[in-house]
Ligand binder design. Structure first.
Ligand code: TZP
Ligand code: MG
Length: 208
């Protein structure tokens, strides 16, 4: 299974002339098997409807659909899991709400946050922020490859590096020990989400 993780941003998709449904379908067609619906300014109703639409697509391709922040939406659409950050609902509470069979991803930004989550019931870590990115404004300090490597060395759980990952940087994060890479603009903002995905997956596979 490809370890490329698509995180959505409908505004970036729109600027590139795409709907989010198109981006996700093209990325799945090209081999993405992890999709996170991450939308910070949609109404609950629009978020829910987008979740239902993306679930139909991801299910058709055998891809996992993870919902960012919104446990209620994940439950409502029976998504595969929830991704939370340090300021969101604590992962132990997320687990008690979504049950044992679902996936929980936690964003961590440093070794202290990894330590704090060490015995937690978590399925993977999102490791942020690796490189400069224009996609997220409130990014924590940059980890760079050295910071990423230090975190990956301290855990056996899957690790997805995020932040400024594109065709020029993706192999480097795999080479320093990340299990996979999560991208927003490299797919959502690309004129061909299909071609972008193909290339990113190929680069990961070559770096393994
Ligand atoms: N968390 C840390 S950086 C980031 C998120 C959601 C955005 C990454 O976007 P891009 O376009 O892949 O740099
Ligand atoms: Mg969050």
């Amino acid at each position: 299974m490809s370890q490329l993780y698509l995180v959505t941003d409908s505004a970036i998709a729109r600027q590139a002339g795409h709907t989010l449904g198109y981006v996700v379908e093209e990325a799945c067609r090209a081999g993405v098997r992890w999709v996170q619906l991450r939308e910070k300014s949609l109404s609950t109703r629009a978020f829910l409807e987008m979740g239902m639409a993306l679930k139909r697509i991801t299910q058709a391709y055998g891809a996992k659909l993870i919902i960012n922040d919104r446990v209620d939406i994940a439950l409502a659409i029976d998504a595969d899991g929830v991704h939370v950050g340090q300021e969101d609902m604590p992962y132990a509470l997320v687990r008690s709400l979504i049950g044992p069979g679902k996936i929980i991803g936690l964003s961590i930004n440093n070794l202290a946050e990894l330590e704090a989550a060490r015995d937690g019931d978590i399925d993977y870590f999102g490791i942020a922020t690796i490189f400069p990115t224009g996609t997220k404004q409130d990014t924590s300090s940059l980890l760079g490859l050295t910071g990423l490597q230090a975190i990956c060395q301290q855990t056996n759980l899957p690790t997805f590096a995020i932040g400024g990952i594109n065709t020029g940087t993706i192999q480097k994060v795999i080479q320093v020990g990340a299990t996979g890479a999560a991208v927003v603009s490299a797919i959502c903002g690309h004129p061909s989400p299909y071609e972008a995905t193909r290339e990113l997956i190929q680069l990961i596979d070559q770096a393994l």
